[in-house]
Design a protein around this ligand. Structure first.
Ligand SMILES: [Zn+2]
Length: 153
Protein backbone atom coordinates (compact mmCIF):
# COMPACT_ATOMS: atom_id res chain seq x y z
CA UNK A 1 0.00 0.00 0.00
CA UNK A 2 1.49 3.35 -0.98
CA UNK A 3 1.59 5.75 1.90
CA UNK A 4 0.11 8.60 -0.05
CA UNK A 5 -0.94 10.39 3.12
CA UNK A 6 2.38 10.08 4.91
CA UNK A 7 3.08 13.39 6.67
CA UNK A 8 6.56 13.50 5.19
CA UNK A 9 5.42 13.37 1.56
CA UNK A 10 6.48 16.36 -0.50
CA UNK A 11 3.97 18.59 -2.22
CA UNK A 12 4.51 19.96 -5.68
CA UNK A 13 4.15 23.68 -6.27
CA UNK A 14 0.85 24.62 -7.82
CA UNK A 15 0.82 24.16 -11.56
CA UNK A 16 3.69 21.69 -11.69
CA UNK A 17 2.71 18.61 -13.62
CA UNK A 18 3.61 15.39 -11.90
CA UNK A 19 4.71 12.45 -13.98
CA UNK A 20 4.31 8.99 -12.48
CA UNK A 21 8.00 9.03 -11.57
CA UNK A 22 7.69 12.42 -9.87
CA UNK A 23 4.60 11.31 -7.96
CA UNK A 24 6.42 8.29 -6.56
CA UNK A 25 9.54 10.33 -5.80
CA UNK A 26 7.48 12.76 -3.74
CA UNK A 27 6.78 10.06 -1.18
CA UNK A 28 9.90 7.91 -1.56
CA UNK A 29 12.53 10.64 -1.38
CA UNK A 30 11.65 12.01 2.07
CA UNK A 31 10.80 8.58 3.47
CA UNK A 32 14.14 7.01 2.55
CA UNK A 33 16.53 9.96 2.47
CA UNK A 34 20.09 8.58 2.62
CA UNK A 35 22.51 10.51 4.80
CA UNK A 36 24.88 10.83 1.83
CA UNK A 37 22.15 12.22 -0.38
CA UNK A 38 20.10 10.81 -3.21
CA UNK A 39 21.95 10.06 -6.40
CA UNK A 40 20.35 9.33 -9.75
CA UNK A 41 21.21 5.64 -9.31
CA UNK A 42 19.68 5.46 -5.83
CA UNK A 43 16.54 7.25 -6.95
CA UNK A 44 16.24 4.98 -9.97
CA UNK A 45 16.57 1.90 -7.76
CA UNK A 46 13.99 3.30 -5.34
CA UNK A 47 11.57 3.92 -8.20
CA UNK A 48 12.05 0.40 -9.52
CA UNK A 49 11.44 -0.96 -6.03
CA UNK A 50 8.08 0.80 -6.24
CA UNK A 51 7.38 -0.82 -9.58
CA UNK A 52 8.15 2.27 -11.65
CA UNK A 53 10.39 1.50 -14.60
CA UNK A 54 12.31 4.57 -15.68
CA UNK A 55 15.52 5.36 -17.48
CA UNK A 56 18.30 7.48 -16.04
CA UNK A 57 17.41 10.56 -18.07
CA UNK A 58 13.89 10.50 -16.69
CA UNK A 59 15.26 10.21 -13.15
CA UNK A 60 17.68 13.09 -13.67
CA UNK A 61 14.93 15.28 -15.07
CA UNK A 62 12.58 14.43 -12.23
CA UNK A 63 15.23 15.16 -9.59
CA UNK A 64 16.21 18.40 -11.27
CA UNK A 65 12.59 19.52 -11.51
CA UNK A 66 12.13 18.86 -7.81
CA UNK A 67 15.34 20.74 -7.06
CA UNK A 68 14.20 23.69 -9.16
CA UNK A 69 10.90 23.61 -7.32
CA UNK A 70 12.84 24.03 -4.08
CA UNK A 71 11.93 20.62 -2.70
CA UNK A 72 15.42 19.18 -3.02
CA UNK A 73 18.80 20.69 -2.32
CA UNK A 74 21.29 19.78 -5.01
CA UNK A 75 25.03 19.45 -4.54
CA UNK A 76 27.84 18.09 -6.71
CA UNK A 77 30.46 16.12 -4.82
CA UNK A 78 34.18 15.81 -5.55
CA UNK A 79 33.54 12.87 -7.87
CA UNK A 80 31.13 15.02 -9.88
CA UNK A 81 28.22 13.00 -8.61
CA UNK A 82 25.11 15.08 -8.18
CA UNK A 83 23.49 14.44 -4.82
CA UNK A 84 20.11 15.57 -3.59
CA UNK A 85 18.71 16.14 -0.14
CA UNK A 86 15.08 16.58 0.68
CA UNK A 87 14.88 20.09 2.07
CA UNK A 88 12.50 19.07 4.84
CA UNK A 89 14.28 15.83 5.77
CA UNK A 90 16.31 17.61 8.38
CA UNK A 91 16.54 14.67 10.74
CA UNK A 92 18.87 12.93 8.31
CA UNK A 93 20.88 15.98 7.38
CA UNK A 94 24.54 16.21 8.41
CA UNK A 95 24.93 16.86 12.08
CA UNK A 96 27.55 18.47 14.22
CA UNK A 97 29.13 17.08 17.33
CA UNK A 98 28.81 19.20 20.39
CA UNK A 99 30.44 18.72 23.73
CA UNK A 100 30.53 20.64 26.96
CA UNK A 101 33.79 22.57 27.26
CA UNK A 102 33.64 22.28 31.04
CA UNK A 103 32.78 18.66 31.72
CA UNK A 104 33.38 17.31 28.19
CA UNK A 105 30.15 15.42 28.14
CA UNK A 106 28.73 14.99 24.65
CA UNK A 107 25.69 17.14 24.09
CA UNK A 108 22.91 16.53 21.64
CA UNK A 109 22.25 19.14 19.04
CA UNK A 110 18.57 19.37 18.46
CA UNK A 111 18.27 17.72 15.06
CA UNK A 112 15.11 19.66 14.42
CA UNK A 113 17.05 22.91 14.68
CA UNK A 114 16.39 24.01 11.13
CA UNK A 115 18.81 26.91 11.26
CA UNK A 116 21.68 24.64 12.31
CA UNK A 117 20.90 22.07 9.66
CA UNK A 118 20.52 24.70 6.97
CA UNK A 119 23.90 26.16 7.92
CA UNK A 120 25.53 22.72 7.79
CA UNK A 121 24.01 22.03 4.40
CA UNK A 122 25.22 25.37 3.15
CA UNK A 123 28.69 24.75 4.55
CA UNK A 124 28.90 21.34 2.93
CA UNK A 125 27.74 22.75 -0.38
CA UNK A 126 30.18 25.65 -0.20
CA UNK A 127 33.10 23.36 0.60
CA UNK A 128 32.18 20.92 -2.16
CA UNK A 129 32.15 23.76 -4.69
CA UNK A 130 35.46 25.25 -3.64
CA UNK A 131 38.12 24.98 -6.34
CA UNK A 132 41.01 22.71 -5.44
CA UNK A 133 39.09 20.94 -2.69
CA UNK A 134 38.72 17.21 -3.10
CA UNK A 135 36.81 14.70 -1.02
CA UNK A 136 35.69 17.13 1.66
CA UNK A 137 34.37 15.61 4.83
CA UNK A 138 32.60 17.78 7.33
CA UNK A 139 33.40 17.10 10.95
CA UNK A 140 31.96 20.06 12.79
CA UNK A 141 32.61 20.20 16.49
CA UNK A 142 30.81 22.71 18.64
CA UNK A 143 32.04 23.68 22.09
CA UNK A 144 29.37 24.82 24.47
CA UNK A 145 28.31 24.52 28.06
CA UNK A 146 25.80 21.94 29.13
CA UNK A 147 22.87 23.04 31.23
CA UNK A 148 24.46 21.54 34.32
CA UNK A 149 27.74 23.46 33.95
CA UNK A 150 26.12 26.66 32.71
CA UNK A 151 24.01 26.89 35.82
CA UNK A 152 26.71 25.92 38.25
CA UNK A 153 26.90 22.88 40.47
ZN1 LIG B 1 29.05 20.34 31.32
Amino acid sequence: MPESHAPTALTLPAGMRATRAVQVLLSVLPAQQPAQGWTQALAEAALQAQGVQVNRVTVYRALDRLAEAGLLQRSVDAQRTTRYWVVNALETAPSAHMECKACHQPMQLDDSAAAVQAALQALRQAVAQTAGVHNPTLDVTVQAECAHCAHGQ
